[in-house]
Design a protein around this ligand. Structure first.
Ligand code: MEV
Length: 341
């Protein structure tokens, strides 16, 4: 029998990187979806992974051999194995939708994989279980600093206001909200990939360097140090949030996103291609543009524009070999697909 599960992709509207240190951030689940399909095989002690990013094998004890890009799935598996005794016996076909880096593909595939694995064992996993299993994979993909925002956004499939707390309980605070934009405006994404892709882990380390905390992890900093890191961003969160309504000020929202980009670039997580795509989009009429998520080489750019400017912006970016497309907000989180066989 084969069981398939899927999750949406995501973008971060504001708060990436700062969220790692306790700032609130806004994230949005978007199409297209990524999926994992598990088919039973007679070899009970392994899971064979196949995807466009390469292949790999997870052994029953969680040890992994294969493409490094899939090693996060071994961590997700190990979490479920240790907690619930889930074992091997599957071919896993992982389908990455090809969204630009920064749109949550790793969390999306991890959560779909975790869900399909639980379902294959006849379980009805809770949201918390899928979050914890996905976050185990994210800690591999983002290093020990993964905030949890990617995992919760793709699992819930609703726009989220997300904040990580360090000293009090609960550790994560997330509130779904209904996303509205000033009338006649929309978001686009540009893909700046030109053969080199920085890893999220490297960019999270680069930001740590940019805010002068080196290798000290966020929970090891004192609250005053974390406050120093997030305080330049905090006014943007409040002001951006205030414009997310049909009668919001589109020019102001665009300007705030521009300034949020500058804040991130000053901390070292932009790159020449991202800065160029931001400039090209702005030159073609965008109201604002910023890097979204980790940034770095091959990172995604979030463009905010009037709907009637989307063609001009797509065209101007295509002339510089940057693919761009209008964002479609997703309305479903992780869910099981059809069972076959
Ligand atoms: C990556 O999508 C978002 C970052 O803030 C890392 C994280 O929050 O785990 C860069």
């Amino acid at each position: 029998m084969a069981i398939s599960a899927s999750s949406p992709s995501k973008i971060i509207l504001c708060g990436e990187h700062f969220v790692v240190y306790g700032a609130p951030a806004i994230s949005i689940p978007v199409e297209p979806r990524n999926s994992a399909t598990l088919s039973e095989i007679p070899v009970r002690d392994e899971i064979r992974l196949k995807s466009s990013l390469g292949e790999g094998v997870i052994k029953k004890d969680g040890s992994y051999e294969g493409a490094p890009a899939l090693s996060n799935l071994a961590a997700t598996y190990k979490f479920l194995h240790d907690k619930l005794g889930i074992g091997g016996g599957f071919d896993a076909k992982l389908s990455y939708s090809g969204v630009p880096k920064g749109m949550g593909a790793s969390a999306s595939v991890c959560s779909a994989f975790a869900y399909a694995l639980c379902k294959s064992y006849g379980m009805n996993p809770t949201e918390q279980l899928i979050f914890d299993a996905t976050q185990a994979g994210e800690l591999v993909a983002h290093g020990a600093r993964a905030s949890g925002i990617d995992a919760i956004t793709v699992i819930r499939g609703r726009p989220q206001m997300f904040q990580r707390h360090f000293n009090d309980s609960p550790r994560f605070d997330f509130h779904p909200f209904s996303l509205a934009l000033p009338e006649h405006t929309c978001f686009m994404v540009a893909d700046t990939y030109r053969g080199v892709r920085s890893s999220t882990l490297d960019m999270v380390k680069k930001f740590a360097h940019g805010v002068e905390v080196g290798s000290t992890l966020p929970p090891e900093l004192d609250s005053g140090q974390r406050e120093r890191i997030i305080s330049p961003y905090m006014p943007f969160y409040e002001k951006i949030k205030a414009q997310l309504k049909p009668d919001g000020d589109q020019k102001l929202l665009g300007a705030l996103l521009d300034r949020n980009h500058t804040l991130l670039a000053e901390r070292g997580v932009s790159c020449d291609e991202i800065d160029e795509a931001v400039e090209v989009a702005k030159g073609a009429g965008a109201l604002g543009a910023k890097l979204t998520a980790a940034g770095g080489k091959g990172g995604a750019v979030l463009i905010y524009c009037r709907k009637f400017d989307t063609f001009a912006i797509t065209d101007a970016l295509a002339k510089r070999n940057y693919r761009a497309f209008e964002l479609r907000v997703a309305n479903k989180g992780t869910e099981v697909g059809e069972k076959k066989g």
